[in-house]
Design a protein around this ligand. Sequence first.
Ligand code: NIG
Ligand code: FE
Length: 428
Amino acid sequence: MERIDLLVTDIGLLVTPPSGIVPRYGAEMSVIHEIEHAAIAIRGERIALFGTESDVRSQLTGIEIGETVSAKGKLVAPGFVDPHTHLVHGGSRENELSLKRSGVPYLEILAQGGGILSTVRATRAASEQQLLEKARGSLNIMLLNGVTTIEAKSGYGLSLEDELKQLRVAKQLNSRHPVDLVSTFMGGHAVPTEYTGRADEYVELLVSRMLPEVASQGLAKFCDVFCEAGVFSIPQSRRILQEGKRYGLIPKIHADEIVSLGGAELAGEIGAISAEHLLAASDQGLSSLAAGGVVPVLLPGTSFNLGLKQHARAREMIDTFRLPVALATDYNPGSCPTESIQLIMMLASLNLRMTPEEILTACTINAAAAIGLASEIGSIELGKQADITILDAPSLAYLPYHFGINHTFGVIKKGRVAVWNGQLASGE
Ligand code: NIG
Ligand code: FE
């Protein structure tokens, strides 16, 4: 072995899904490898060696080591992956809080021109620089919480220029910020006000003008649609995702969140990489996800914040349908204004009845699989990207147990220290 650039020593407990480049299905989600008194050796951006500290040290005898950092006996896990965010947007919607709390449903606020459409107005009015500064602030919070890769959707522009503006911001952040971003085009997030009552015409604009431009500028990897009663129907969603595929964009879908429309069935039929929310998904829908190899991305922060009684059926998804469940924040200014993946872990424990092991799998390798990156990130293993989070916690179960705080002490992203002592290391 040649030189090691960074050696992380004195890891109290290392926890990771087993090696692998595919998601973990059903009962496999409970399997977490644990190594006490561990160390990780990194060369460049990749993990070169890991194991017990004594093993690692003996294998490194005579090898030059650039920098050594002590994890101070703490818990070390793969960097968390947040596979569903609406990171880039203008404004905020605290003005809707009292409406929501007085019981006005989410879809009704949208139908009245508020909700997503209010954020569309704020996003259109914002300059690219303003959007970038706001998104950078949220991305910093995510990094400080141990997140090393996220997905970011457009969908608050809903015109060609404004969608491109959002996607350009995500691209810029990806090149300038330690956190990696993968982009999703979500022109199908809502029907913009100027097309009220003419949803099919808007879908036409989306497929004939927006998709080709987004694809030719290489601004997105995925295409997503809000398939929901009163938003985009099953046929409209199918058209958007199928056309997206023609342009090389991999389908994702906001499916069966509030009404059981058959979005999960469509996800399986069309070969989506992931299907999101799924609170109201039918048994047939869940079978369709299993048959189609679709990753269900559950968003317990959203059901919590919308005050819904219903939650996604995570236990059945894992135990009966053997699905590879992933978790995400759904960070957005309406249904889930939080960047905290650690709060999501707590809610997954409380409301989805997932175990700490399943939660770790869902926030690492399965989340990576939901954005097509399971071969690069999501586990601590030889050759994978050196994305690591160091947590001030004695055990894995401590994370969803001690809630409402940030446990992250340090983050290593692509072999570089990005957070230390709870502070950002760089000028970001
Ligand atoms: O995933 N459901 C649709 N889209 C977002 C909410 C966006 C918003 O309210 O601004 C979601 O929950
Ligand atoms: Fe969403």
